[in-house]
Design a protein around this ligand. Structure first.
Ligand code: AMP
Ligand code: ZN
Length: 114
């Protein structure tokens, strides 16, 4: 998808701090971290938001959620816990129109969100 910053990150056209990559997914550090650990997990196929998740291959969805606990373990946040967030659309606070899951941890996170 042209003009999508996350597609450009996947292609290496925009630099990022890569954490993990497979054939189907890409994981990198959020440029404005909201917690000591703040990773973004994205499918390599461009879909806009959670509204389109059913157009993804279920294997990719499965892989995203399989990798999250592994990333948490690697980053030392498994035991104390963490949060996985998807913001969808303007009311959800989505600012980048390539679906992404935030993995946040390393501090006590407040609830409810603002
Ligand atoms: P959201 O507000 O849920 O759409 O999340 C988008 C996230 O992308 C925000 O947390 C931004 O800080 C992050 N972000 C935007 N541009 C970049 C970038 N070039 N590299 C890494 N993270 C980015
Ligand atoms: Zn994209």
């Amino acid at each position: 998808m042209e003009n999508c910053i996350f597609c450009k990150i996947i292609k290496g056209e925009i630099p990022s701090k890569k954490e993990y990559e497979s054939d189907s997914i890409f994981v990198f550090h959020d440029i404005t971290p909201q917690a000591p650990i703040h990773l973004l997990i994205i499918p390599k196929i461009h879909i806009t938001s959670m509204n389109e998740i059913n157009s993804l291959d279920p294997k990719v969805i499965h892989e995203i959620f399989q990798v999250i606990p592994k990333l948490a373990e690697k980053n030392g946040i498994s035991e104390k816990g963490y949060r996985v967030v998807n913001n969808c659309g303007s009311h959800g606070g989505q600012t980048v129109s390539h679906i992404h899951f935030h993995l946040l941890g390393g501090r006590h996170l407040q609830w409810p969100p603002g």
